[in-house]
Design a protein around this ligand. Structure first.
Ligand code: NAD
Length: 494
């Protein structure tokens, strides 16, 4: 297949990086395949993109929100037509199995339709004034130019969570996709353009984090920054944004626990564990990376999980019979391997996996065996730190209170789950688990776009994507007072 060479999108035109540098996007299931090349941009390109977005803002903010929404609605329709092609592109650029990349595109479709609906809402408040003949209301105003930095694991869904609410609210955008997965962002933005988005409203600057991401965060004309990625990089982004007080939404890592009580439907919990731990090859911020097992069911669960993990079919995601794809890069399988070593040194029991898969087609990609550790203690590094690979830790507990303490005893707070048939315990867990998301009788993955998405503690800084939380980030409140008394009225005095 002929290699495509993509360029940056600035002011509606495709332009190379001013330095002429490029980066390669390779298929992690077969690194011999060069999917495409993209610009390796730097500050000059970011400056040009921000200038284009700033210019476009002067007119885009005045387009009525229901009209902006119509473009999103058309985007959802076109994405629906192109779903299969975009899913194939995504599997080639990042490895997830086709069923999952179809889901990723579907998430962008759902977000398009949901946010299109917001074009006729974007509700503010009207409220009585304390003074006679005076009208009071609050309205949502766009923020201006928004800078967006995305990770590689949901390469279309996450950009859609950022772009679509920003657009319906009247903002213009500069997005820097992850260096490993720019193609899906290009497909998304191409669809927006085909749906009628005016030039300059969305600009793409492809490249690496320090060269292309950092100048975007630093740029004085970027009025808000939305970042999804690791806590390590999020800290840098947040500190930079704080320097100029610009709003900054940080969605970061997780170490998500699934609690299996002694009364749980074990078969259901097993299904959930396999999907939560090994879906997306464990490379989800919400991946089930700790399974907390009541001691009375622990051994049965461990035996059955290992047996099921052994049967998982790992391979190229374009093959419909595969259940688990490759990891994104050599660096990620090295991280998985390093954590296997750490866990073994700490005394955890390796039940299955723990190594890179080799031989035949495996040699051309970054495949890691589904890995299960039992006998994990809550304070081990393998139970505390995000691996971002197909590695799950099993921890035993004796009581509900102990399970909650273990689940909460980490620096992250993204997603959690409890399997129980006891309705009282389920409600207690909904209250007690320190996390942005709690599932009952479902694994830690599976968010829907119209609910708030994000976490507490070191997972996030209080903002939410999805749901109306996204509108709160991409708008600022303006309070408007209209005095129709024809005289000076003094609040708090008259
Ligand atoms: P990463 O932090 O390495 O990179 C994320 C993005 O930041 C990339 O686009 C990268 O180029 C950019 N970047 C890197 N250095 C930068 C810098 N100095 N300044 C500005 N930008 C910079 O993360 P990743 O490996 O792409 O993604 C995996 C991480 O993302 C995991 O920790 C995962 O939990 C997290 N994640 C979180 C969510 C969530 O919503 N909470 C969703 C998906 C992934």
């Amino acid at each position: 297949m002929e290699t495509k060479h993509f360029q940056n999108l600035i002011d509606g035109k495709w332009v190379p990086a001013q330095s002429g540098k490029t980066l390669e996007n390779r298929n992690p299931a077969d690194t011999r395949e060069l999917v495409a090349t993209f610009p390796a941009s730097d500050k000059q390109d970011v400056d040009a993109a921000v200038a284009a977005a700033k210019k476009a803002f002067t007119s885009w903010r005045l387009v009525p929100a229901p009209k902006r929404a119509e473009i999103l609605y058309r985007t959802g329709e076109i994405l629906t037509q192109r779903k299969e092609q975009y899913a194939q592109d995504m599997t080639r650029e990042m490895g997830k199995v086709l069923a999952e990349t179809r889901g990723d595109v579907q998430e962008a479709i759902d977000t398009a339709f949901y946010m299109a609906g917001e074009g006729r809402r974007l509700f503010g408040q009207t409220t009585p004034s304390e003074l006679p003949n005076k009208f009071a209301m609050s309205v949502r105003m766009p923020v201006g130019v928004c800078g967006m930095i995305a990770p590689w694991n949901f390469p279309m869904a996450i950009p859609s969570w950022k772009l679509f609410p920003a657009l319906v609210c009247g903002n213009t955008c500069v997005i820097k996709p992850a260096e490993d997965t720019p193609l899906s962002t290009y497909n998304l933005v191409q669809t927006l353009m085909d749906a009628g988005l005016p030039p300059g409203v969305v600009n793409i600057v492809a490249g690496f984090g320090p060269e292309a991401g950092a100048p975007l965060v630093e740029h004085p004309d970027v009025r808000a920054v939305s970042f999804t990625g690791s806590s390590e990089v999020g800290r840098i982004v947040g500190q930079t944004a704080a320097g100029s007080f610009k709003p900054c939404s940080l969605e970061m890592g997780g170490k998500n626990a699934m609690i299996v009580m002694d009364d749980a439907n074990l078969e259901l919990a097993l299904e959930g564990a396999l999907w939560g731990a090994f879906g997306t090859t464990g490379q989800r911020c919400t991946a089930t990376s700790r399974i907390l097992l009541h001691k009375d069911v622990a051994q049965t669960f461990i035996n059955r999980l290992v047996e099921r993990a052994r049967k998982l079919k790992v391979g190229n995601g374009l093959d419909e019979s595969m259940q688990v794809g490759p990891q994104i890069s050599q660096q990620q399988i090295e991280t998985s391997a390093r954590y296997v070593e750490i866990a073994q040194k700490e005394g955890a029991r390796l039940e299955i996996g723990g190594h890179r898969l080799t031989g035949g087609a495996y040699d051309n990609g970054w495949f890691f065996a589904p890995t299960v550790f039992s006998g994990v203690k809550p304070n081990m590094r393998i139970a505390q730190e995000e691996v971002f690979g197909p590695v799950v830790s099993l921890i035993e507990f004796s009581s509900y209170d102990e399970a909650i303490a273990i689940a909460n005893g980490i620096q992250y707070g993204l997603s959690t789950a409890i399997y129980t048939r006891n309705v009282n315990l389920a409600y207690k867990a909904m209250r007690d688990l320190e996390a942005g998301i709690t599932y009952v009788n479902a694994p830690t993955i599976g968010a829907e776009v119209h609910l708030p998405f994000g976490g507490v503690k070191q997972t996030g800084n209080g903002h939410r994507e999805g749901g109306t939380g996204a509108l709160d980030f991409y708008t600022t409140w303006k309070s408007v007072y209209v005095d129709y008394s024809d005289k000076l009225q003094r609040a708090q005095i008259d």
